[in-house]
Design a protein around this ligand. Structure first.
Ligand SMILES: [Cu+2]
Length: 108
């Protein structure tokens, strides 16, 4: 089931997986040294926003391929967004904490 809220403007916030759609934003929380949800399936054109919900610890979002793109270090309350236009599997981890893993799967 997919629930959508209208945010300011026309951007829809996708609250429930499995599948979010183009033009929507889906959030991944970072807390207790975990990405939640750790695996997401989205349609091409979806924007994923990671939000650091820790009290003290900073994290990053480091994509394993291609090119090992890493976000800035996210301090508590900070966020990072990436829009996924191309189908594929995008595994990532936290830069400083190798055990923190996640996956974004983009499929039509
Ligand atoms: Cu981390």
């Amino acid at each position: 089931m997919i629930l959508r809220l209208l945010m300011a403007g026309t951007v829809g916030l996708c609250l429930a997986v499995p599948v979010c759609h183009a033009g929507e934003v889906v959030e991944v929380g970072i807390a207790d040294y975990k990405f939640t949800p750790s695996e997401l399936k989205v349609r091409p054109g979806t924007t994923v926003t990671w939000i650091n919900k820790e009290k003290r610890t900073s994290h990053s979002v480091l994509f394993l391929d291609p090119g090992a793109i890493e976000s800035d270090r996210l301090f508590p309350g900070e966020r990072h967004s990436r829009t996924f236009d191309k189908p594929g599997r995008y595994p990532y981890r936290c830069g400083p904490h190798e055990e923190m893993r996640g996956m974004i799967e983009v499929a039509e």
